[in-house]
Design a protein around this ligand. Structure first.
Ligand code: WTA
Length: 632
């Protein structure tokens, strides 16, 4: 088994060794997996191009490591435990043996649709077991999966399908979320009308049943294609550096980019980080509440836990249905040992009162995790006291879609915890703080830009179809460094606190969004002349979306606001809806025509007393107007 650190001394020794001899350290971890052919070399890299190769020339299939490898020892152990949206609905379980059979059937079904090695398959599905099965089936045959969060709009889906030039979309008919019944297949049809020219088939999983449109040439039922297939499917032999998946994520400019992860390194790192950060022990029930549409679901619902032979729970529903006790009711029902969620969920549930967690027996919990955005002290304390009863270490895990796995986190029961601190890098991870002139900030009690000095196995390899963009965004700011886009401080004892993005990326309810993306959506509205979007502190969401909009105004503000929101929902999805729209006559700009977002951010954050020097602006007079009209 992959190394599982069990004491502070071991953490310190392992960290030291991982830096002094990274190749030896990672070779040891990698050798705990099954390789069809061993790798010739541990690592080849430079951050200039960048060109990063782990476990060079090794051949393997990740699903043999997630599934087949576990059969002798834990074939009858539950691999996936699925809890439905309806609390009275039937729980579904797949043992490792059953999951392997289901993945193989699906893999054979995909082959029958002409899907093979290297083909891209887009998923647009709710949190049903078939999503995990489908993703693994792709990996089984060497197809590349790209999961699109099912809250994205038809336009956003079409953009991603087109960028990936996918051959197949796998979706559901409908989706139950709380009391809502969402027309999933309809969104796929709309996306097909907007593009998706590379799509040959749409494979539809019947989830709730109900009327849907059907096109005989394109649409296929999952049950027709998959159910009669053989439960044996030899795994395709893959190269360590073949692409496992593409996951689209927002940056500070342009359209979302397809972050590319490759097989060998991602496998080694997700298993290693899962075992250490959650201190998973055989027999534990582990639950991550994320959606598989985000990186957290990829790495810590599907791959990490299954590689480690864990029982991983998938939840179809939402935290507040049928009431705000749902998470805690599920923890009691399934005797969850490790629980991993986002600060935004904690804040939302905290606002409903401590009587909700108090109703349930939470004594099975041992580790509580947090991910996706900074966790404020109040939420951290509530989580610690009301959910963990002071007995469960909180692992505030910092990482990104691009990092593939958790890079900074306390190790529960091993390193200490401190509210709002993600704390220490995992062994194998060399975090550094830089000043804006490119100097490394040595010592403690410093604040700077968070970078990583050397590759870890799950680092992104490229952005799909645009390697230059990858170089530019992550590797050009500081020579020889991976730049995260986050600002951070290091306290007196060397713990790291990630403060937030220093670029034009905002984090709304743990969902990552580019302000430019939201602006582009708003600008699609026919009455909009120009817009500027910034984040501002929001009690529940972490950050809210504040839009300043210049219009040729014919309607009343409220009608216009509503129709702008509709356009954003259409272009991106409900998650990108601005919380506030302020109509303005002008936007503060530099003499070269660049919008001064710094000023707009301050105004939106009600911090407009000290806007700094505005005299260099092209139009200093608009600042007063914007300030006066600010929505507070
Ligand atoms: C933020 C999510 C503070 C950060 C796994 C990062 C965090 C971005 C934390 C990546 C944390 C994530 N504390 N900030 N524990 N975890 N972030 O790609 O700004 O959706 O750059 O990956 O979320 O978001 P992404």
């Amino acid at each position: 088994m992959t190394l599982q650190i069990s004491s502070l001394k071991e953490y310190q020794d392992t960290y030291k060794r991982s830096i002094e001899d990274p190749e030896g350290f990672w070779a040891e971890q990698a050798n705990t997996f099954q390789w069809r052919k061993p790798f010739d070399k541990v690592l080849d890299w430079n951050f200039d191009e960048p060109n990063i190769k782990w476990f060079v020339d090794g051949k393997l299939n990740i699903t043999e490591n997630c599934l087949d490898r576990h059969i002798p020892e834990r074939g009858d152990q539950v691999a996936i435990l699925w809890e439905p949206n309806d609390p009275d609905g039937e729980v579904v379980t797949y043992t490792y043996k059953e999951l392997l059979a289901a993945v193989n059937k699906c893999a054979n079904g995909l082959k029958s649709l002409g899907i093979g090695k290297g083909d891209r398959v887009v998923f647009y599905m709710p949190m049903v077991p078939e999503l995990a099965i489908g993703v693994l089936a792709c990996a089984r045959i060497g197809a590349i999966h790209s999961v699109v969060f099912a809250g994205f709009s038809a336009q956003a889906l079409a953009d991603r399908v087109d960028d990936a030039e996918a051959k197949l979309i796998i979706c559901s008919d409908y989706n139950n979320r709380g009391l809502k019944n969402i027309k999933v297949k309809q969104v796929v049809e709309d996306a097909m009308d907007l593009g998706c020219n590379s799509i040959e088939h749409v494979l539809v999983h019947k989830n709730t049943g109900g009327e849907i449109n059907w096109s005989d040439d394109i649409d296929k039922w999952w049950h027709d294609v998959v159910d009669h297939q053989s439960a044996e499917c030899p795994a395709e032999e893959m190269d360590s550096e073949d692409i496992l998946f593409i996951l689209y994520t927002s940056g500070s400019t342009g359209k979302p980019k397809g972050v590319v992860h490759t097989i060998g390194g991602y496998m080694v790192y997700t298993c290693y980080s899962f075992l250490n950060v959650f201190q998973y022990k055989p027999g534990d029930i582990y639950w991550c509440t994320a959606d598989i549409g985000w990186i957290t679901g990829h790495s810590y619902i599907v791959y990490g836990p299954l590689l480690a032979g864990a029982t991983t729970m998938m939840f179809e529903g939402v935290p507040t249905f049928p009431d705000p006790g749902r998470f805690w009711q599920i923890c009691e029902k399934h005797k969850v040992n490790q629980f991993y969620t986002a600060p935004t969920a904690i804040r939302a549930l905290m606002a409903k009162g401590e009587e909700w967690p108090a109703k349930y027996d939470l004594s099975s919990l041992r580790v509580l995790g947090s991910v996706g955005e900074p966790i404020n002290e109040e939420a951290w304390n509530w989580y610690n006291e009301q959910v963990g009863h002071g007995k469960c270490p909180i692992v505030d895990t910092w990482w990104q879609t691009e990092t593939g796995g958790i890079l900074i986190s306390p190790l529960p029961g091993i390193t200490d915890t401190k509210p709002t601190y993600a704390s220490y890098p995992l062994p194998g991870v060399q975090t550094v703080l830089m000043d804006s002139d490119g100097n490394e900030l040595e010592g403690n009690n410093v604040e700077g830009l968070l970078c990583i000095k050397a590759p870890w196995p799950a680092i992104l390899r490229t952005t799909y179809g645009d390697h230059e963009r990858c170089r530019q965004v992550y590797f050009s700011t500081f020579k020889g460094m991976y730049f995260t886009g986050d600002g951070a401080r290091r306290d007196e004892e060397g713990r790291i606190r990630v403060i937030g993005r220093v670029d034009d990326v905002i984090n709304v309810s743990g969902h990552r969004m580019g302000t430019a993306e939201v602006e582009n959506a708003i600008n699609e509205h026919p009455a909009v002349v120009e817009s500027a979007v910034v984040g501002y502190p929001h009690k529940i969401k972490g950050q809210g979306i504040y839009a300043y909009v210049i219009t040729q105004n014919e309607d009343t503000d409220d009608i216009l606001r509503k129709s702008i929101l509709d356009v954003v929902v259409k272009e991106i999805g409900p998650i990108a809806k601005p919380d506030k729209i302020q109509f303005v006559n002008g936007l503060p700009k530099t003499r070269s025509g660049k919008i001064m977002r710094r000023i707009l951010r301050k105004i939106a954050s009600r911090d407009s007393a000290n806007l700094g020097d505005t005299s260099t602006l092209l139009n200093p007079e608009v600042v007063e107007e914007v300030k006066e009209g600010a929505l507070v």
